[in-house]
Design a protein around this ligand. Structure first.
Ligand SMILES: NC(=O)c1ccc[n+]([C@@H]2O[C@H](COP(=O)([O-])OP(=O)(O)OC[C@H]3O[C@@H](n4cnc5c(N)ncnc54)[C@H](OP(=O)(O)O)[C@@H]3O)[C@@H](O)[C@H]2O)c1
Ligand SMILES: [Zn+2]
Length: 368
């Protein structure tokens, strides 16, 4: 293995470590760090979540004296400001680290490059950009949050091959097979919130949990204007996972009381729209949200710039029905040339089903 391959392998190890805290670091990024001396790993660490030390500090603690003159790898630029914890740049300098290899610079334009500059000014060699794409990909939600002051939005849906998300009567259990559903549970574990609308609660009575695949359950969010919702619903059982209902000012006070008694949090927003909901969830420190709603709310979420990535599970089934719902309702388009064309598209099979992953181009969501 030459030096470049070695550096890449160490950076991938950082990403692997960082992923151990997937879904648990908000509003902080996923960060892993490795310290290498004479070709051997002598310290490793990752950031477990807000309020805990950063990845580099855990790696330094493990390496102890061996950190002196060693090379530290980290997927995100070391911080250089006093936040909840003292800056990592100072800790690296104090430990006498000889070289620092960074995956990507801090996305925040106000502090970007500052940590690297501080290290260099202390005589430490700094290399930047190893496995940069993989590093950016892992922290895509964090980067989006910092740049656009909103959580990163993922719209996930399951359709039959004829494009339906339910039958004409609204039945949608199940479109995909167990493999795809397990993948959805993992996806939820990586997100900070899952959002549905009132109709999905009324029709599907979903759990929206990770179903014990992973430890972490996202915050379950219901957007409902009417609060005309059933009293019996899995989402009101809050022992397993927390539920937040977002509604309009003054909606159904009796039902609000009913929810509060069951430990469901209720928040009235000035205007119950996806953009306002996401601004609110940004203020609460969320990095990513998974839209698992039906077509009506999904169309609004796209139109208001709150969806960046699409995950479409497509099952080899045909259900027909002219009035059966589709994943995205009205966007007001009349010409095929108006279609939103996804970028960075990939296809994979998941059991019997197909998963398409793609991104909405930034010009679609950044200017709304
Ligand atoms: N296959 C899949 O992947 C999948 C996923 C989810 C749902 N579904 C299916 O989709 C169907 C429900 O579709 P849906 O489109 O009615 O979805 P939905 O997820 O229930 O969204 C619509 C509801 O969102 C609420 N809402 C809050 N703010 C809104 C706003 N600004 N604009 C629009 N709605 C807002 C309203 O609730 P209130 O009426 O309570 O005010 C509205 O009825 C069900 O049959 C379900 O089975 C399928
Ligand atoms: Zn730090």
């Amino acid at each position: 293995m030459n030096n470049e391959e070695f550096d890449r392998a160490m950076m991938l190890r950082c990403l692997e470590l960082a992923r151990l805290a997937l879904g648990q670091t908000a509003p902080n990024p996923l960060v892993g760090s490795v310290i290498v001396r004479a070709g051997e790993i002598v310290g490793e660490g990752y950031h477990p979540g807000a309020g805990h030390p950063h990845a580099e500090i855990f790696a330094l603690r493990q390496a102890g004296e061996l950190a002196k003159g060693a090379t530290l790898y980290v997927n995100l630029e070391p911080c250089n400001h006093y936040g909840r914890t003292p800056p990592c740049s100072e800790a690296l300098i104090a430990a006498g680290v000889g070289k620092v290899v960074v995956g990507t610079i801090d996305p925040d334009p106000r502090v970007s490059g500052g940590g690297i500059e501080r290290l260099r000014s202390a005589g430490i060699e700094v290399v930047v950009g190893i496995e940069a794409d993989a590093c950016r990909q892992l922290n895509e939600a964090f980067i989006h949050r910092v740049l656009y002051r909103r959580p990163f939005g993922i719209l996930k849906f399951a359709t039959t091959v004829d494009g339906k998300i339910a039958t004409t009567t609204g039945d949608s259990v199940w479109i995909t097979d167990t493999n795809a559903r397990t993948q959805v549970h993992k996806l939820r574990a990586a997100c900070d919130a899952v959002i549905v609308g009132g109709n999905t609660v009324r029709r599907d009575n979903p759990h929206l949990t990770t179903h014990q695949t992973e430890g972490h359950n996202p915050l379950r969010v219901v957007m409902s204007r009417t609060l005309n919702l059933p009293e019996q619903a899995y989402l009101w059982q809050t022992a397993e996972a927390a539920t937040l209902v977002l509604t309009a000012k003054g909606a159904n006070p009796d039902f609000q009381q009913f929810l509060l008694k069951r430990g469901v949090e209720v928040v009235e927003l000035d205007s119950l729209r996806p953009a306002i909901a996401l601004s609110y969830l940004y203020e609460r420190g969320l990095l990513s949200v998974l839209w698992e709603c039906g077509g009506t709310l999904a169309a609004r979420a796209i139109a208001e710039g709150t969806v960046q990535k699409i995950l479409a599970f497509i099952a080899p089934k045909i259900v027909g029905g002219t009035s059966a719902p589709t994943p995205v309702a009205d966007l007001g388009f009349t010409k095929m040339s108006q279609a939103l064309t996804l970028e960075r598209v990939s296809w994979q099979t998941v059991g019997q089903d197909c998963l398409m992953e793609g991104y909405l181009p930034a010009q679609i969501w950044a200017n709304v």
